[in-house]
Design a protein around this ligand. Structure first.
Ligand code: 13P
Ligand code: 13P
Ligand code: MG
Ligand code: MG
Length: 372
């Protein structure tokens, strides 16, 4: 068995929240090389999307492994150190604790991990997004694994026809459920259509009895109890041979769907599929970006990456995202561009409530006392 782990953190932005400084990337790459040399990792790659660094690693320690998580934690400490030296923005933004204890749960960095028996050929897609939240994967995962208008294999591939089990988390109440699709499709949509709260955590093939996809589901804002940055998500999708073909797993992103995030983590905006070189978010700290890195995993080695959205076939989605961004921006501080009050990452509402309390008068009392 091998484990593929993507562990990510924002340890400082260059400039503002737009991208990662090259010196931080170089430091993360040095650390990963050292970990390969020492035998901790079978293989590793480092990539960034916007201001988040992702460590993409293969190893034999399983999910939630202390050794792997502490390696990532130490690496993010080193990149934070560089961010501090250069005065970069929000140095150490996602490192919420002073000391590492056991694993990264609740400590700030996000992670998606999959342990599996490597198939004779193992094509894997690593999706990294910036300026959005884990629920952003709900719609594309639904399309990949449950929508025959997206994934032809659901209809015409014997190994896919029985469907998939979707594990969904309730991030507010810390509960989970497995939906058996297609029979539970309509039940599931009632939940995952509300992606700020219900998030697909993993997906299993019913025929092959293997896990096909895993996402990061940490909610920084809830963990910290205050705004510390949107929990920019990552996701692993295994492909082919009874799972969605690579092209079926990429196809949902040809539609630039609207997600929560963007400026101050407080706006709806379209998710734009981009090549790595276009992943920095400059306009209104957005639009939110997603990159897809393709690997063939072979004997634990990461053969790749291929930069999958570096393809003119996604140009239209990028144009569509720009148009939707223009449209939404014109709403300024109004919903649905601005997130509903309960989902805002920044808010003045608490202080306004206090300050204006004496100026709000009850309509019902006024009616009762109004002269006739
Ligand atoms: P597999 O069944 O080998 O995954 O082939 C499907 C495919 O890639 C068609 O596009
Ligand atoms: P990040 O979560 O990517 O750091 O963005 C925070 C933000 O406030 C952007 O406006
Ligand atoms: Mg940031
Ligand atoms: Mg970010």
């Amino acid at each position: 068995m091998i484990t593929l782990s993507i562990i990510k953190a924002d340890t400082g932005g260059f400039v503002g929240h737009s991208a990662v400084h090259p010196d931080m990337m170089a430091e993360a790459r040095r650390e990963v090389e050292r970990a390969k040399d020492s035998g901790l990792l079978i293989d590793g790659a480092v990539a960034s999307c916007g201001d988040d660094i992702s460590l993409i690693m293969t190893h034999t320690y399983g999910c939630d492994a202390g050794l792997i998580h502490s390696f990532a934690w130490d690496t993010f400490q080193s990149t934070t150190h560089i961010a501090k030296e250069l005065g970069l923005y929000g140095a150490g933004q996602d490192l919420l604790s002073d000391a590492f204890s056991g694993n990264l749960r609740g400590m700030g960095p996000g992670y998606a991990e999959l342990e599996f028996e490597e198939r004779p050929s193992e094509p894997v897609l690593c999706f990294l997004a910036d300026k959005t939240e884990p629920g952003a994967w709900n719609l594309p995962l639904y399309k990949m694994f449950a929508d025959p208008f997206n994934t032809a294999g659901l209809v015409i591939d014997e190994k896919m026809h029985a469907g998939f089990g979707f594990e969904v988390y309730d991030l507010y109440e810390e509960k989970r459920i497995i939906f058996d699709c297609p029979s539970d499709l309509y039940d599931m949509l009632m939940y995952i259509g509300a992606p700020a709260r219900y998030v697909i955590h993993s997906i299993r093939s019913k025929t092959l009895d293997i896990t096909a996809a895993a996402t990061s589901t940490q909610r920084l804002s809830l963990i910290a109890g205050k705004y510390v940055g949107k929990d920019d998500p990552v996701m692993i999708v295994r492909c082919q041979s009874g799972l969605p073909a690579v092209g079926e797993a990429l196809e949902p992103f040809a539609f630039s769907h609207t997600v929560g995030g963007c400026m101050r983590g407080s706006h709806h905006a379209p998710l734009m599929p981009v090549p790595l070189k276009q992943s920095h978010t400059s306009r209104f700290d957005g639009p939110p970006r997603v990159v897809a890195l393709g690997f063939q995993v072979h004997e634990g080695k990461l053969i790749g990456p291929r930069d999958m959205f570096d393809d003119p076939a996604f140009d239209h989605a990028r144009v569509q995202a720009t148009e939707v961004m223009d449209y939404l921006r014109r709403h300024g501080p109004f919903e649905p561009h601005r997130l509903p009050l309960e989902d805002l990452e920044y808010t003045t509402m608490a202080s306004l409530t206090k300050r204006l309390a004496h100026r709000w008068t009850s309509l019902t009392t006024e009616v009762a006392t109004a002269p006739t």
